[in-house]
Design a protein. Structure first.
Length: 386
C-alpha cells in the first residue's frame, strides 16, 4: 500500500490518551481509504518493564489510591532538570525501540498523544529521518503539564485558547506551530441516539420508562470512593435507578456489589469495564464522575449535567472550573451531599431543564475530522532542532 503510514503513540495511563488515539486512527483510514494506514502503538515496549511499571501501573495506583503522591510527582516533574532526567531514563531503551518501529513500518508521520513520549519520540525521529512530521496533541484541554511544551520541534494541537496562550506566554512555544481545534470525540460519542434507540437500551437493562437514571463512572479505572456514594444512595433509596461503572477496579466492583446484596437494592446495577459507555451516558439524567477530560466531554456531548466527586489537583482543575463556571455541574466531595444534590436536581423539572440548557450551551463540537484533515495535510518539513 502506498500513501501515508501514520503512527499514533500513547501510553496506557487512563482513558484520556487511548480514546483519542483510537478515534483518530480510525478516522484517518475512514476518511482516506487506500491512502492512509494507521498504526496504534504503545510508547513503551514489553521489555521496558520499569518504565511501564512506573508510568502506567504507577498512574493507576497513585491517581486513585494515593493521589497526594501523584500530585507531588506531577508538580516535581514540571522543572527542566526533572524532565531531562526522566527522559534520559526512558530513552535508554525507548529511543531504539521507537526508531526500529519507525524504520520497520516505514512511518511517514507521527502523532504523539502522551507528554512523557514527546522528547523520546523526537529523538527517535531524528535518528531515522528528521523530516518526518511530529504532531503532538495535548489531551488535557485546560490545564496541562510542562512536558507538553518542552520540545519545541513539533506541531502542537490544543483544545482551548487558554492553553494556546499559556503555551506561548508561559512556556515560550512558537506561536506559528500551535493549532487550536475542538476536542476529539469518537463518532459514537458525537451523535445522539433516537428516542427509540434509548428506549430499547433502557428496556434491555430493565429500567422502566419514565424512571430517572443516575450514572456513576470514572473512566477505565473506575471512580475513587464510588462505593461510598453507592452506600448513601442505597440508604436514601430514592425512586430512581443508579448505574455504577467500576471499570477495571475489581475491588470497587466487589464492594459495590456487596452493598447491593446487603441492602437488597433492586434499583442499583453494577458493571465492570464496559464497551457501551455511550449508551449509558445517553440514558442517564445526571452523571457523577471525576475531572478527567475525555469522559467529561463525552458527558457534555450527551447533554448531561455533571457532579464531580473528585479531581486530580493540577491536572484536572481546569476541567472542573470550566464546567462549574458555565453552570453545567457541581463539585461536591461528600457522598451524602452528592446524593442529596442528585435527588434534588432530578426531582425538580425546572432546575433540571435550566442546567440542561447550560450544558447545551457548552456542548463540545467534535474536532475529530478537522484534526484528521490537519494531520493528513501536514507536509514533510526540515527539522528545527530545539
Amino acid at each position: 500500500m502506498t500513501g501515508e503510514r501514520i503512527a499514533f503513540l500513547y501510553l496506557d495511563t487512563g482513558y484520556g490518551h487511548v480514546s483519542p488515539a483510537r478515534a483518530l486512527a480510525g478516522a484517518m483510514e475512514e476518511r482516506y481509504p487506500g491512502n492512509v494506514q494507521s498504526f496504534l502503538k504503545k510508547g513503551f515496549s514489553e521489555h521496558m518493564r520499569y518504565s511501564r511499571f512506573f508510568f502506567e501501573d504507577g498512574y493507576r495506583l497513585t491517581s486513585n489510591a494515593f493521589e497526594s503522591a501523584y500530585v507531588t510527582f506531577y508538580r516535581f516533574t514540571q522543572c527542566a532538570p526533572s524532565i531531562e532526567f526522566g527522559n534520559y531514563l526512558i530513552s535508554l531503551q525507548g529511543v531504539s525501540y521507537l526508531a526500529k518501529f519507525l524504520r520497520t513500518e516505514r512511518i511517514t508521520k507521527v502523532v504523539c498523544l502522551h507528554e512523557v513520549l514527546i522528547l523520546m519520540t523526537r529523538n527517535a525521529i531524528n535518528r531515522v529521518d528528521p523530516a518526518i512530521p511530529l504532531i503532538t496533541i495535548v489531551t488535557d484541554p485546560f490545564t496541562a503539564h510542562a512536558l507538553w511544551f518542552y520540545e519545541k520541534n513539533t506541531d502542537l494541537v490544543v483544545f482551548s485558547r487558554k492553553l494556546r496562550d499559556e503555551a506561548v506566554n508561559r512556556w515560550g512555544f512558537p506561536a506559528d506551530r500551535i493549532y487550536h481545534f475542538p476536542f476529539i470525540l469518537s463518532r459514537e460519542n458525537s451523535t445522539r441516539p433516537t428516542a427509540e434507540e434509548s428506549a430499547l437500551f433502557r428496556k434491555r437493562l430493565g429500567i422502566p420508562e419514565g424512571k430517572k437514571v443516575l450514572l456513576i463512572a470514572g473512566g477505565g479505572e473506575g471512580l475513587k470512593g464510588a462505593d461510598k456514594i453507592v452506600s448513601c444512595f442505597a440508604k436514601a433509596s430514592p425512586d430512581m435507578f443508579l448505574l455504577v461503572v467500576c471499570g477495571r477496579d475489581l475491588r470497587l466492583k466487589r464492594r459495590a456489589e456487596k452493598i447491593v446484596h446487603d441492602t437488597a437494592a433492586a434499583n442499583i446495577m453494577v458493571f465492570g469495564f464496559v464497551d457501551f459507555m455511550h449508551n449509558l451516558l445517553n440514558i442517564a439524567d445526571c452523571v457523577i464522575t471525576k475531572g478527567g477530560a475525555s469522559l467529561l466531554m463525552e458527558t457534555l456531548a450527551a447533554g448531561k449535567p455533571v457532579i464531580f466527586s473528585t479531581f486530580i489537583r493540577g491536572q484536572e482543575l481546569g476541567n472542573v472550573l470550566y464546567t462549574v463556571y458555565n453552570g453545567a455541574g457541581w463539585l461536591i466531595r461528600k457522598p451524602e451531599l452528592i446524593i442529596q444534590k442528585a435527588v434534588s436536581l432530578l426531582g425538580n423539572p425546572e432546575a433540571l431543564e435550566q442546567v440542561q440548557k447550560n450544558v447545551e450551551r457548552i456542548r463540545p463540537i467534535n474536532g475529530l475530522d478537522d484534526i484528521a484533515e490537519f494531520i493528513y495535510n501536514r507536509p514533510r518539513t526540515e527539522s528545527r532542532i530545539r
